[in-house]
Ligand binder design. Structure first.
Ligand SMILES: [Mg+2]
Length: 173
């Protein structure tokens, strides 16, 4: 699917946006990779991305969109381990991210920090950032001109991705 245009940066929440679990309450170390795309924890819980996440990350890379991870998880180490153990096209998923931001509190701060690090503060102010997130409370990022797309229960799908970027396109024309 080729869109008319892409934002400069896409910000992705992790828990229940990229994968179907909370790192800080569901996952118990140690983790073990059973393949490039499946990791199990000490309780044999299978940990993988939602099915269509891989193609979305590949598409963002192809169109030179910066990929930012922003998570409020209390266990960033587990999230980082998972992003390192899960692979996309033979490369650790973490290598697809241009920036990862962690911490409790509003995602406006995560996004502002990322924009600064990537030298994209002007682009953020111009509405060229989009956040995909399953938690509606993170809609407050619109206060810093980041477009918010709500991710429904099934996690990030191509449908939500395309619809979301079309809505952003319309809103920023
Ligand atoms: Mg989430």
């Amino acid at each position: 699917m080729v869109l008319e245009r892409y934002p400069k940066a896409v910000v992705l929440d992790l828990d229940y946006t990229l994968w179907p679990f909370w790192c800080d309450t569901h996952v118990v170390r140690p983790l073990k990779a059973v393949s490039d795309v499946v990791v199990i924890d000490s309780c044999n819980l299978e940990l993988s991305f939602y099915e269509e996440v891989e193609s979305i990350l590949l598409e963002l890379k192809e169109y030179d969109v910066k990929i930012i991870g922003a998570s409020r998880t209390g266990t960033p180490d587990i999230a980082k381990d998972l992003l390192t153990m899960l692979h996309i096209r033979g490369n650790p998923a973490i290598t697809y991210f241009d920036c990862l931001e962690w911490g409790t509190g509003s995602k406006t701060r995560h996004i502002q920090r990322a924009a600064k690090k990537l030298k994209l503060t002007k682009e953020l102010a111009n509405g060229d950032f989009v956040l995909f997130d399953d938690e509606k409370r993170n809609r407050d990022v619109s206060s810093i001109n980041c477009h918010f797309i709500h991710v429904p229960n099934e996690g990030l799908t191509r449908h939500t991705f395309i619809q979301g970027l079309r809505a952003w396109n319309k809103a920023t024309k």
